[in-house]
Design a protein around this ligand. Structure first.
Ligand SMILES: Cc1ncc(C[n+]2csc(CCOP(=O)(O)OP(=O)(O)O)c2C)c(N)n1
Length: 295
């Protein structure tokens, strides 16, 4: 779908909210927020045709800064609630947003099962390598040797290698973007939303207040477009290597994708051949007689 700049501008207004943004100046959330709206508009999706789900965190405060259907869940729990919504109506695109703090600690169990289940949805990781909203505690993805508010001498544990971990779960879509490259992130998100199954999108984002290591400038210098260097996203092993090796440069773009695996709801035997979605099958039941037992 090709829209003119003025058509894009008009459609972007559908996603506008009256609430002003409260993120810090230079926060990467602005770029992710902009790229998300642009991706939806360029896919021709109206705010009432998509569900946006937010975890608790700085990024989650974007939930009322965007128009449309939104659900702001509990910390670490955005994946089960969005997966449930997607299962109820797999025809509606569902996008879940989570921070690296919640996603790789409080909610890590949900992340494991969302990837291996291949639910029909997109997950956008706001990866600022710290717990932003609660003022800069170290997360499982904080780099070694970085003084953080809760660990002024650096973290004593090993940093979790999030990409190696995700690849160990046999994902069907893995991409990495950067909050400062909105055109590339928009394309990644469009592909993720169209993907058959669970699309994992790691977005490296600047956090100028608490992350003094992977700054916007550092990310600008180190991120490169893997596709421009001939990367083939069908090759699982090469994609895994590329994703994991960030020692010199950081590969971005769609790193791995296969659509050969059916999504979770497509594998459910009782649903095969059923034309309706579960949400269309819900019947109104009069429970007043039952409730009388309790009064
Ligand atoms: C179960 C639970 N644990 C902890 C908190 C406190 N809490 C709220 S937001 C937050 C930080 C979120 O960090 P992250 O998930 O990385 O998102 P960011 O703020 O960086 O976008 C924490 C620890 C909570 N609300 N609920």
């Amino acid at each position: 779908m090709s829209l003119s700049a003025s058509e894009i501008g008009a459609a972007m207004k559908d996603y506008a909210s009256q609430n002003p943004c409260t993120w810090c100046d230079g926060c990467g959330n602005y770029g992710i927020w902009g790229a998300t709206k642009l991706a939806l508009v360029e896919l021709g999706l109206k705010p009432w045709q998509v569900l946006l789900c937010y975890d608790v965190g700085c990024h989650g405060n974007g939930s009322d800064k965007t128009g449309g259907y939104r659900f702001h869940g509990l910390h670490g729990r955005v994946l089960p609630l969005s997966a449930g919504a997607s299962l109820a109506n797999p025809t509606v695109p569902v996008i879940a947003f989570g921070g690296d703090g919640a996603s790789f600690s409080e909610g890590v169990g949900h992340l494991v099962h969302a990837v291996r289940s291949n639910y029909q949805m997109t997950f956008v990781l706001h990866n600022n390598a710290n717990y932003g909203l609660t003022t800069g505690q170290a997360s499982a993805l904080t780099w070694q040797g970085q003084p953080m508010n809760s660990s002024p001498n650096g973290i004593p544990e090993e940093t979790l290698n999030s990409m190696d971990f995700i690849f160990s779960l046999a994902p069907t879509f893995v991409a990495r973007g950067f909050s400062g490259n909105i055109p590339q992130l928009t394309e990644i998100l469009k592909a993720a939303i169209r993907h058959r199954g669970f699309a994992y999108v790691d977005v490296l984002q600047a956090c100028p207040t608490y992350n003094k290591f992977a700054t916007h400038e550092w990310l600008l210098e180190h991120c490169y477009d893997a596709a421009a260097e001939g990367h083939d996203p069908k090759n699982f092993e090469k994609a895994r290597k590329l994703a994991v090796d960030t020692s010199k440069r950081v590969a971005t773009g769609i790193l791995y994708q296969t659509e050969e695996q059916p999504a979770f709801h497509e594998r459910l035997k009782p649903r095969q051949g059923v034309k309706t979605t579960p949400v269309e099958e819900v019947k109104i039941v009069d429970v007043s007689g039952f409730l009388k037992k309790f009064v």
